[in-house]
Design a protein around this ligand. Sequence first.
Ligand code: MF3
Ligand code: CO
Length: 251
Amino acid sequence: MIAIKNERELEAMRQACKITAAARALAGDMVRPGVTTKQIDKAVHDFIVKQGAKPSFLHYGGYPASACISVNNVVIHGIPDGRVLQEGDIVSVDVGAYFRGFHGDCAATYPCGKISPEAQRLIDVTRESFFQGLKQAKQGNRVSDISHAIQTYVESNGYSVVRDFVGHGVGAQLHEEPEVRNFGAPGHGPRLLRGMTLAIEPMVNEGNYPVVVLKDKWTTVTADGKLSAHYENTVLITDGEPEILTVTEGL
Ligand code: MF3
Ligand code: CO
């Protein structure tokens, strides 16, 4: 069963998502050479708590931090630690906040200082693939119409989409139905209805799509060691244009 949120629930959800988006922005502003991923995680944690919210990821399935910070070949679920960011790194920051009964979830990849044109293109294509998927996120379409649009755009730019991890419904739980893949044929999966809230989150590899989860059970890296980028927003399906909920305006 895919949850349909009513107006009251959506109001809480909008607030949770604004806090989440502001935490992402604050983390992105901290990305520069010399900063550790743990320093960014602490700032994210303290900001979310100061807003009266809870970091959604902290202790989720045993996850030990508030943000996932995934550098270069790390695809997702990088655990913040003493790693010092270097000029030229690309840094994916994924955050979630729980407020008044609802979660927001969003991510983006940021350049650390001056990065190569190739790395910047990967970031740009990943972000744009989200917006290509978003165009299909409307009432009456099926979930895999989003998936197909993302895959088509990514592959036409010479990159690959990760298969082993997917987007998802988000709301009272961080992960709800439906699964939102970033690949596949159009016209499959549940029909989209107004009031559904989805985390659409393409994970895009510079090389091939296989990934490996390290011994810590979280850190997920590209199998070929090449770069990976991530972009995610929490989105509301309406009877018109979709609404991106993870925006900072109005916090
Ligand atoms: N935002 C990610 C997701 O959508 C990461 C959550 S995993 C966690 O699944 F364990 F860190 F919470
Ligand atoms: Co997510």
